[in-house]
Design a protein around this ligand. Structure first.
Ligand SMILES: C[S@@+](CC[C@H](N)C(=O)[O-])C[C@H]1O[C@@H](n2cnc3c(N)ncnc32)[C@H](O)[C@@H]1O
Length: 204
């Protein structure tokens, strides 16, 4: 069942209508929102699968052979269809509901932090399943270097409560996962909060 692992505490269905207005506020999570979408889009090529695509804002900037959105919230999918004239697949990080080796690039922006830490490795394995052998995963999201950094920044910026409400990844944890799965990886810090992680299978 598609919604089995998706927590609804953030109420994505209700957020769908106001989402595009909210991101324009550029609060700390969405600081440099447009820039981040553009940077992720520039790294994508060929057949692109976008997990947690929301209302599809990346379509404003992405150039690729084919774009497939994956989105568990029915209302997000509805707003997406209203804007773009086609509908995303009703799937989620642990069950993308696409055949194996569909994508040249799997991208995700501002959605990976909804995956609990204990499920992040399985989410990466599921992204690898739908990725062609020489494909690449690109994750643009709020992340912190380590748990210690997460606490420090949370306290300094007065956002500790907001940070605790989500499952923001640490670069340290993702590095460990990549090493276990034998992936090559890079992490690029875009601002105080947002990083772009790229992962691909080792060619050696
Ligand atoms: C903050 S929005 C980001 C939307 C879009 N990617 C963007 O950058 O504007 C997060 C999206 O992730 C979706 N989402 C939440 N949990 C998810 C999961 N487990 N798997 C896939 N998508 C999920 C939500 O429904 C929502 O549309």
């Amino acid at each position: 069942m598609v919604f089995a692992m998706m927590e609804d505490k953030w109420n994505f269905d209700e957020w769908a209508q106001s989402y595009d207005e909210d991101v324009k506020q550029e609060n700390w999570i969405h600081k440099d929102y447009k820039k981040v979408l553009k940077l992720v889009a520039e790294k994508a090529k060929g057949i692109v699968v976008d997990i947690g695509c929301g209302t599809g804002n990346i379509l404003r900037v992405i150039k690729c052979e084919q774009y497939i959105g994956v989105e568990p919230s029915g209302e997000m999918r509805r707003v997406f269809k209203e804007k773009w004239g086609f509908e995303p697949v009703n799937g989620h990080f642990l069950d993308i509901l696409l055949p194996a080796e569909t994508a040249d690039t799997v991208i995700t922006t501002y959605a990976f932090h909804h995956v609990p830490d204990g499920e992040k490795e399985n989410a990466i394995k599921e992204m690898l399943r739908v990725l062609k052998h020489d494909g690449k995963i690109v994750i643009g999201d709020v992340m912190f270097e380590s748990e210690e950094e997460k606490r420090r920044i949370g306290e300094e910026d007065g956002i500790a409560g907001e940070i605790e409400d989500e499952y923001f990844a640490t670069v340290e944890h993702l590095r460990e996962i990549c090493e276990r799965l034998g992936l090559e990886f890079t992490f690029e810090q875009i601002n105080r909060y947002v990083w772009i992680a790229e992962m691909k299978r080792t060619t050696r």
